[in-house]
Design a protein around this ligand. Structure first.
Ligand code: SAM
Ligand code: SF4
Length: 334
């Protein structure tokens, strides 16, 4: 395999792969999924061995960071086998970071094993600290289960970043107390604007809350110092002087973050999306299954990277009341 790294047509080096290991989830967050989702037949989903092989080829081609996501990664049967397998690339030094984005419902069970496999940080999605609202937003989740998971993560020594989607009329009155709570718990926090992905049986415009407004409101109480901390990702960070924590804002609709994009996204069927906000994709499953030799796979990956677009064009407005892309966030994992 050639050791020339993956560079796209806009000279961006691809060093970060996000992998949706399942499209299934034990929750149904209102902005993410419709209530009655049809999930993929199991036969279409890559086996854990195939996911390991695919991820490992990306690592050989220069990917330094892997994030497992979903759906909910921790509901995939035997997912810890994959985490432990991928952990070997941390040990060899080929990978800088192996991490997860999770809703934390299963974290109490897995936090210790994740830490033992080399995971150091985890992102947890949590939009409210009010048990009734939590159940309403997730359609049936139980907040205590998530809080137990977070406590276990802390005990296991995992650094936690909370992701909170800002939802108009739902949690906008709570974002300030979320920030305070994260400060007390030692968690970083990132607010996310709702993105127009997939039909969800509701109007996006009704959920959309611009983060510029959130930031202005928080600045009335907190000292938000500009920070040059950057992950190559979509978040812009400030440091909260009162707590020392990092606070991120992901604003795809009010701020374009594509110039420094270093990532691609793999679904659990082996489809590679070169941009979260575009439909174009490459099928890697065919190459994966066609040969035990990784040459074809490398070729398919390199060809896909030549198609990475310059950026997305998300829009939410009343006239264009359609998702910018048809797939749900749970397909590519955010
Ligand atoms: N189940 C895991 C979780 O919730 O963290 C991982 C997958 S989830 C799809 C990844 C992230 O996408 C979560 O932080 C979730 O809040 C966010 N998300 C889902 N749908 C979204 C949407 N339409 N707009 C913005 N963020 C969304
Ligand atoms: Fe599940 Fe995560 Fe989507 Fe919520 S945001 S429904 S937890 S995949």
């Amino acid at each position: 395999m050639s050791n020339v790294s993956l560079i796209d047509p806009f000279d961006r080096e691809i060093s970060y792969l996000r992998v949706s290991v399942t499209d299934r989830c034990d929750l149904r967050c209102v902005y993410c999924m419709a209530e009655d989702m049809t999930f993929l037949p199991k036969a279409e989903v890559l086996s854990l061995e195939e996911l390991d092989r695919l991820c490992s080829v990306f690592v050989e081609l220069g990917v330094r960071k892997l994030r497992l996501t979903g759906g909910e990664p921790l509901v995939r049967k035997n997912v810890m086998w994959l985490v432990r397998r991928l952990g070997r690339h941390l040990e060899s030094g080929a990978l800088d970071e192996l991490t997860l984005t999770s809703n934390a419902t299963q974290l109490a069970k897995y936090a210790d094993e994740l830490a033992a496999a080399g995971v150091r940080r985890i992102n947890v999605s949590l939009d409210t600290l009010d048990p009734t609202k939590f159940t309403a937003i997730t359609r049936w989740g139980n907040l205590d289960q998530v809080l137990d998971g977070l406590a276990a993560a802390k005990r296991a020594g995992l650094a936690v970043k909370i992701n909170t989607v800002a939802l108009k009329g739902i949690n906008d009155d709570e974002l300030d107390s979320m920030l305070a709570w994260c400060g007390e718990c030692g968690f970083d926090l990132t607010f996310i604007e709702v993105m127009p992905m997939g039909e969800i049986g509701a109007q996006r415009i009704d959920q959309y809350l611009p983060l510029s407004m959130v930031r202005a409101k928080l600045a009335e109480r907190w000292t938000l110092n500009e920070s040059d901390y950057h992950t190559g990702g979509p978040a812009r960070y400030v440091e909260v002087a009162e707590t020392g924590q990092k606070l991120g804002f992901i604003t795809p609709l009010t701020h374009n973050f594509c110039e420094s994009c270093n990532r691609v996204r793999l679904t659990c069927t082996g489809t590679l999306y070169m941009c979260l906000g575009q439909e174009d994709a490459a099928d890697l499953r065919t190459a994966l299954r066609a040969s035990d030799d990784d040459g074809m796979l490398e070729h398919a990956i390199r060809e896909a990277i030549t198609r990475k677009p310059k950026g997305h064009d998300f829009i939410i407005d009343r006239r264009r009341n359609q998702p910018a892309v048809g797939r749900h966030m749970s397909v590519t994992g955010g």
